[in-house]
Design a protein around this ligand. Structure first.
Ligand SMILES: Nc1nc2c(c(=O)[nH]1)N[C@H]1C(S)=C(S)[C@@H](COP(=O)(O)O)O[C@H]1N2
Ligand SMILES: [Mo]
Length: 564
């Protein structure tokens, strides 16, 4: 802003042009984001901020993703998205200010943001050309907004400067032009003379700055209004026409052979103990998606292809017309720490996955079912696991409702006995029969196991860690799981003493967790309580502590409490 050196203009220009530049940057960014958001909603793809965030997650080392999930939990995703918006909010004003004197900086900055967005699309092939088109719409709108605002800004400054410069002759059009390499002042002045000659109605003098400034503010308000309106309509569209509305209207057919009601004694009803059936709203959520994918069922198609005799394409209506079955299955995350809560149990409704595979006719050498979700996440499931007669489902219902959006609406896989990352693909749209030797799924590429049966495990829910309890008989309770094998016993001990058998609740089958309870006499003072489970195959969970990576944590849960 070297023209500030021209005498009186200094009093007008310094703060105002700084603010003006920052405003140009912020408004143009908002406009580009708003329009891109609207286009993305129309075409049912994620908007630019979510796209970039998803790419950051994808490109981050797995250890960083796991660490941040650990540190931030549910807040990981909002924190990342705010970080991206924050970086835009910091860089946009700087670029805007620079663009006042060198408009190309603004256009190049805009293009730079678009390139970052395009890279984000390209590293996530799931989104493809429509996401790029949404990005391009936003960039185009931003460029138009930038042109308009820069033009208005130039008029303001021209009006202010003509007051300052009028005593000395302005340089003629031939003397300095854009890119002439002379000072910015002569550059912008030269352009002013070129561009404003036609608009001689502009009165020279201090007062001219005011209408010109008003012109800038009106244009700015227009850009802001457009940004807010497009972003708002985009949001509304995504909510109203999309998956959420369809889910509300969906009525699931009843299963062919409903499971009997749960044994009443599956629930010991002990305060603080996880209920046998986890309510949907409390069910843990683990996925790499920054924004929950919104897949309208009428657009959902499942492809079954690869090493099969008869490739299939199933619509959601096709699924609804098939025989539906129910399964009580406990889902567990391989990242669950000892005594962690990345485990939940519910009654799923869906079609038999093995039946679909048999219909397609799987080649004998296809040892991997590589499934892909709409957001490009992939999962490798051993074929023989799904075909061995267990209750593997393409699930559409959870606890009597359509799947919640965050748990994979409209359809996901649920395979009992293996951790979620190798068998529970949410928003699944593609099932490819292939071989482990030929293709690797998302977490396998990042150092996690390829085959991951669930380890026999238990958890102490009651008393809570570091609880203070009355001395004497104390209730200790928890859950234990070893899907496919079932739980045959749980033992507890105090301060490394003798193991005692806990009582077990009833279970509907071998694929769910099992509640357990024991009463322990406790002397006043601090105590360590440990637990270990024995599965239906007779194997007792090991006391060796290992980390979750690569195929699930091991070790006995242990809590410290004080009795008084
Ligand atoms: N599309 C998709 N499906 C996914 C994942 C994912 O990141 N993306 N994560 C898996 C993992 S690691 C687990 S443990 C389960 C968790 O399912 P939930 O969130 O419904 O509890 O989903 C699995 N399915
Ligand atoms: Mo997981």
């Amino acid at each position: 802003m070297r023209h500030d050196d021209f005498g009186t203009a200094r009093r007008h220009a310094p703060t105002w042009s700084g603010v003006q530049g920052a405003l140009v940057g912020l408004l143009v960014t908002a406009l580009a984001l708003g329009v891109a958001e609207l286009a993305a909603a129309l075409w049912q793809v994620p908007g630019p901020v979510v796209l970039v965030g998803d790419a950051v997650v994808d490109l981050s080392p797995a250890t960083l993703t796991a660490w941040s999930m650990d540190q931030l939990g549910e807040y990981q995703k909002p924190v990342l998205l705010s970080g991206i918006l924050g970086m835009l909010a910091l860089s946009a004003p700087v670029l805007g200010a620079a663009a006042l004197n060198r408009p190309w900086v603004g256009y190049v900055g805009l293009l730079g943001f678009a390139v970052v967005g395009a890279i984000a699309v390209l590293v996530q092939p799931a989104h493809g050309p429509t996401a790029l088109a949404a990005l391009a719409s936003g960039t185009g709108a931003g460029a138009v907004g930038l042109g308009v605002l820069l033009h208005q800004a130039r008029r303001t400054r021209a009006a202010g400067e003509s007051l300052a410069v009028s005593p000395s002759p302005s340089p003629g059009p031939g003397q300095a032009g854009p890119g002439s390499g002379t000072s910015d002042a002569s550059d912008s002045l030269g352009r002013r003379v070129e561009e404003e000659t036609g608009a001689a109605a502009e009165p020279a003098g201090a007062c001219a700055a005011v209408p010109a400034r008003r012109g800038f503010l009106i244009a700015g308000a227009g850009v802001l209004g457009t940004a807010v309106t497009t972003a708002g309509i985009g949001r509304w569209l995504a909510g109203a026409t999309g998956a959420a509305a369809a889910r509300e209207q969906l009525r699931l057919p009843a299963p062919q052979q409903p499971l009997p009601p749960l044994p009443g004694s599956a629930d010991l009803d002990i305060p603080g103990l996880a209920p046998f059936r986890t309510p949907n709203t409390d069910f843990y959520r683990i996925d790499t998606a920054l924004r929950v994918p919104r897949v309208p069922p009428q657009q959902w198609v499942l492809r079954v292809h690869g090493m099969v005799d008869r490739p299939l394409q199933l619509s959601f209506d096709d699924i609804l017309r098939r025989d539906l079955t129910e399964a009580d299955t406990t889902l567990t995350c391989v990242s669950n720490e000892i005594n962690g809560d990345l485990v939940g149990n519910t009654r799923w409704l869906g079609v038999d996955l093995a039946e679909i595979l048999r219909e397609a006719g799987v080649a004998a050498s296809a040892d991997q079912i590589l499934s892909t979700s709409t957001d490009g996440w992939t999962c490798g499931t051993p074929t023989e696991v799904v075909l061995d007669g267990r209750n593997a489902l393409l699930a559409i219902g959870m606890a009597g409702e359509p799947l919640p959006l965050r748990h994979g609406f409209p359809a996901r896989m649920v395979v009992p006995g293996i951790y979620g990352f190798v068998g529970a693909t949410k928003w699944v749209t593609d099932i490819k029969l292939t071989r482990f030797a030929d293709e690797q799924a998302y977490w396998a590429q990042r150092g996690w196991a390829v085959r991951a049966p669930i380890k026999t495990m238990c958890r102490i829910d009651v008393p809570g860690a570091f609880a203070e309890v009355p001395a004497g008989e104390t209730i200790v309770a928890g859950v234990a799981w070893a899907q496919r094998r079932g739980i045959d016993g749980v033992e507890v001990r105090v301060d490394g003493g003798a193991w005692r058998q806990a009582e077990l609740a009833e279970v509907p089958g071998v694929d769910t967790w099992r509640q357990w309870v024991a009463e322990l006499p406790l002397d006043p003072g601090g105590h360590t309580i440990e637990a270990r489970a024995t599965d239906g195959a007779g194997d007792t969970q090991t006391g060796d502590r290992t980390d979750p990576i690569p195929d699930g944590a091991t070790g006995w849960p242990s809590i410290r409490i004080t009795a008084s």
